[in-house]
Design a protein around this ligand. Structure first.
Ligand code: NAD
Length: 416
């Protein structure tokens, strides 16, 4: 039995899902094919993904492909309750999620998904897979494989692989070009600022905005923040990536230098305590801290709580911490600000990511028993198919190589 918080929001949820479907043409094409071919007939797909209207479009796609789908969230604060209500009404779908889950409820809901004995798992952050390995060892033999959505999840899976702990194949959907170079970049770039603005309504023009981490997500955030007039500083630990930021025209400096300049800080590293107590001590009065990395580990909130004299909630998911000489604001409780304070990535970009998820599930079924335990990437042709479908959806045509060009590109003899 599904567990959602506001079943009465079902109509708004349905309207939101329909709106998302309009903007997810590539995924709708996959759905059309799955509806006829039924690749998941008789299978159960267990998911831990942000329960958003875009995820609902993926759920319907897998369900129409024959699967029974059981879903929970992958973050206690990211569920869109109206969408959860609408999904709970769908045939062949069970939902365990609401915005504001406690940690205990979050894990209980993961277990509710695993109790349904999924044949395939879909994760965003690897919590479902780790819970399965820790407490459902009997499923390790029956699971066909898993799919992972995000950088942090892949990093955890590769660590499991290194230590011999990963017992079934998992597809690194995040590693598709059509995922991390699109979703992480354009999606996080736009939706992170959306979350920051909805929670603070601050003017970005003229502000000093520090982007911590210049990976796929950080590049997107920095680009969009500059576009809105912010003076962007980048901090990094990787030399080449720092060089890219410098060549892209941003100021690059160590965090200890940035802390006296920044008005706004956005962390997107997938790391722990990249904003720590000694940084907070140096910050100016009124700074805003936000995180768009997967876990709420990037800003050391425990130390902030300990150091602050008081804390109050000033508006929707915006907390003010008071010190003797200043206040510090934290948006979204240090969790993914784009999902806590806004609605996550726009549908168009999630269409690409979720084509990757849908086709990865099909790939697992088609290769059942053939893939070793470990992290796998999808063949480049599948990635290319996704890009083609999206171009078609956008009405964009491209050229094809001529026969002469194909031959030329295969030669080494022809030079100057
Ligand atoms: N908010 C969202 O919707 C969303 C979407 C996609 C990914 N993510 C998450 O965002 C995080 C970043 O993802 P990504 O794809 O950009 O990863 P990435 O690996 O491409 O980039 C992370 C960058 O952070 C840098 N870094 C690490 N530690 C640092 C430190 N102490 N100080 C400064 N820089 C540091 C790394 O050198 C790297 O360049 C991950 O947790 C990922 O799961 C969130």
């Amino acid at each position: 039995m599904s567990q959602v918080r506001y079943p009465e929001q079902v109509n708004q949820g349905r309207l939101n899902i329909e709106l998302a479907e309009r903007h997810m043409s590539a995924l709708m094409k996959v759905r059309e094919r799955f509806t006829t071919e039924k690749p998941f007939q008789g299978l159960t797909i267990g998911m831990a993904l942000h329960v958003t209207k875009e995820t609902a479009v993926l759920v319907r796609t897998l369900r129409d492909g024959g699967a029974k789908v059981v879903i929970t969230g992958c973050n206690p604060l990211s569920t869109q309750d109206d969408v959860a209500a609408a999904l709970a009404e769908e045939d062949g779908v069970e939902v365990f999620a609401y915005k504001g889950e406690t940690n205990e409820e979050y894990y209980a809901f993961l277990r509710s998904v695993l109790d349904e004995k999924p044949d395939i798992t879909i994760d965003d952050g690897c919590d479902l897979v780790t819970e399965l390995h820790a407490n459902y060892p009997h499923l390790l033999k029956t699971v066909i494989g898993g799919c992972e959505e995000t950088t942090t999840g892949i990093q955890r899976l590769r660590a499991m692989e290194r230590y011999g702990a990963l017992k079934f194949p998992v597809i690194a959907v995040n590693d598709n070009k059509t995922k991390h170079l699109m979703d992480n970049y354009y999606g996080t770039g736009q939706s992170t600022l959306d979350g920051l603005l909805r929670s603070t309504n601050i003017l970005l023009a003229g502000k000093v905005l520090v982007v911590v981490g210049y990976g796929s997500c950080g590049k997107g955030v920095a680009m969009r923040a500059r576009g809105m007039g912010a003076n962007v500083i980048v901090t990094e630990v990787d030399s080449f990536t720092a060089l890219q930021a410098k060549m892209d025209g941003f100021r690059v400096m160590p965090m200890m230098d940035a802390v006296t300049e920044g008005d706004i800080y956005i962390t997107v590293t997938g790391n722990i305590h990249v904003i720590d107590g000694h940084h907070m001590e140096q910050m100016k009065d009124g700074v805003i801290l936000a995180n768009s990395g997967h876990f709420d580990s990037e800003i050391n909130l425990k130390v902030l709580e300990e150091k602050a004299n008081s804390k109050r909630r000033v508006r929707h998911y915006l907390d003010e911490y008071t010190f003797a000489d200043k206040v510090i604001f934290v948006a979204g409780e240090g969790r993914l600000v784009n999902l806590v304070s806004a609605e996550g990535h726009p549908s168009e970009v999630m269409s690409l990511s979720f084509c990757g998820q849908a086709l990865a599930c099909e790939y697992l079924v088609n290769n059942k028993g053939k893939l070793s335990a470990g992290v796998h990437v999808l063949p480049a042709e599948i990635d290319d198919t996704i890009a083609k479908m999206q171009l078609e959806a956008m009405g964009v045509g491209i050229d094809v190589l001529t026969k002469e060009q194909v031959v030329y590109l295969d030669l080494w003899q022809q030079g100057t």
